[in-house]
Design a protein. Sequence first.
Length: 199
Amino acid sequence: MAIGDELASLDFESMIGGPLNAVIKAQAQSAITSVDFIKAVGFTTDDAGNVTEPVMISFKYDKPVETTTTASDGTTTTTLEYKPYQLTVPILAMLPIPFIRVEEVTIDFNAKITAVQESSATSSHGLDTELKAKAGWGWGSASLKVNYAYKRSTSQSQKIERTYSLAVRVRAVQDELPAGTERLLGILENVIKEAPASS
């Protein structure tokens, strides 16, 4: 088989399409993982698995508050005191949401085909003669015997070495949030509440 035929017989469609299909499936799996992360971490669900409400976290802290008082003579006094406050924040507004996007796929295919063809031919010739003569009364007699031999042998061998290597490099980056997710986070940010903590 010629080297050109060797390369023509390779299934380039599978070699190139296989890694690309794997990348597409990985991208789809990444999107599903992001959705599952948002549902599992950012929202509570009922027994049927339906999303009910966002997960909120609350914490208390002391906030400096200025208090201004006015005396009967018209003078004002400003005092600073720390009062307990409570902040309620949706947890999704505090966590980075994973959105992975495949930015670049590089497929390197190397083929090394080495063909060595050897042929040899040998030939031999052989000639064998024999002459016999006989004389007597009358005509004599003579005989000539000749043998000729020719032999040719040919041997041919072919050796083909094949070396193939396929390298796939994938570069993934953190993608920008989809417009719907950004809007969702914007709504959740508006839910952040700061209020005096109840004693």
